[in-house]
Design a protein around this ligand. Structure first.
Ligand code: NDP
Length: 306
């Protein structure tokens, strides 16, 4: 089987271009979509993500701001900030970058966001609306994956899909969206028995577990479509040799940088078994940001009745 790449980076660039056109139309009518991102603490990955989000939002013409708080921020301070953003007429979309520093109740913070400005779709009201098939902002990562599958004409109706991982931000909404698209969905997790055999039955396998190259050849049915959500950093030579056997370019990159990124799917095995797959990096990651921008525009239209 010669697997081909599902080019998330390209589809994401298309979505960002379309979003920029929508922003220009709205701006011509006097409504510039506004996105406010809250980040608390020093988590290096979060800092990279929010920088990218702000940069790409601005490139699309969105009025974007990042509000940075130290790791010592209190829950009360974050709730006060969200209250201010909820009331600000120029703010259409609010995103709280996760994880939050220890001691802060993530659910209380997310539930404080006005559901009409909840760009990640994590508010319980929006989660419920999504499950019921009503209009709601869709969490950006699964929304991006659905957009990729649609634009790449991957058939879903009647197919068997396995979603590996059941988090609120990826696995659960992914399963909801695939069910809505008429796939027959199984959600697997850390307590699932016979995981490789179960996954190998899937026509579509979505891996979102946060375990480097965990999904090996025995998890992947011949000709399956494989979506790799995982973003994991590996920093030992043993891990590099396991994930990228015989890949001299990766070995050189590791020697230079001291670490490498790898998804939840084994990058060599997937090429042997899948028909189509998303690479890491350059697959799901760029789609997540593109859908954040598209969701911001949707919320702007809905809030301002445009
Ligand atoms: P969480 O840690 O919230 O959830 C992980 C899920 O995977 C849990 O349901 C857990 O099961 C399951 N799991 C963990 N280990 C195993 C195992 N050995 N076997 C079977 N299931 C397992 O992760 P997220 O959903 O937030 O993220 C998953 C990955 O996706 C991470 O690498 C993250 O960095 C990445 N990510 C990437 C994004 C992107 O834009 N590309 C966006 C968001 C996340 P259980 O419930 O039983 O504990």
């Amino acid at each position: 089987m010669t697997a081909t790449i599902l080019d998330g980076a390209k589809v994401a660039a298309d979505i960002r271009r379309e979003t920029a056109e929508s922003v220009a139309e709205l701006a011509a009518r006097g409504a510039i979509p506004g996105l406010s991102v809250i980040v608390a603490g020093e988590d290096p990955a979060s800092q990279v993500y929010v920088r990218n989000k702000e940069k790409l939002a601005r490139e699309a013409g969105i009025r974007a701001e990042t509000l940075r708080f130290p790791a010592t921020v209190t829950e009360a301070m974050l709730l006060a900030e969200i209250g201010r953003l909820n009331a600000a007429p120029e703010v259409d979309a609010i995103l709280v970058q996760l994880p939050l520093p220890g001691g802060i109740a993530t659910s209380r913070v997310l539930e404080a966001i006005d559901p009409a400005k909840d760009v990640d779709g994590f508010h319980p009201l929006n989660v419920g609306r999504l499950v019921q098939g009503k209009r709601a902002p869709v969490p950006c990562t699964p929304a991006g994956i659905m957009e990729l599958l649609k634009r790449e004409s991957v058939p879903l109706r009647g197919t068997r899909a396995v979603v590996l991982g059941r988090s609120d931000i990826v696995g659960k909404p992914m399963a909801t969206l695939l069910t809505k698209a008429d796939a027959t969905v199984t959600v697997a997790h850390s307590k699932t028995r016979d995981l490789p055999a179960l996954c190998a039955e899937a026509d579509l396998l979505v891996a979102a577990i946060g375990r480097p190259a965990f999904v090996t050849a025995d998890f992947i049915g011949e000709g399956a479509v494989v979506i790799d959500v995982g973003i994991n950093r590996i920093d030992t030579i043993e891990e590099v040799l396991r994930c990228f056997p015989g890949d001299e370019a990766k070995a050189a990159a590791f020697a230079a940088k001291g670490s490498l990124l790898v998804g939840d799917v084994h990058p060599a095995d997937v090429k042997l078994r899948a028909s189509r797959y998303t690479p890491v990096p350059g697959g799901v990651g760029p789609l997540t940001i593109a859908l954040l921008l598209a969701n911001t525009v949707d919320l702007c239209r809905a809030r301002r009745g445009l």
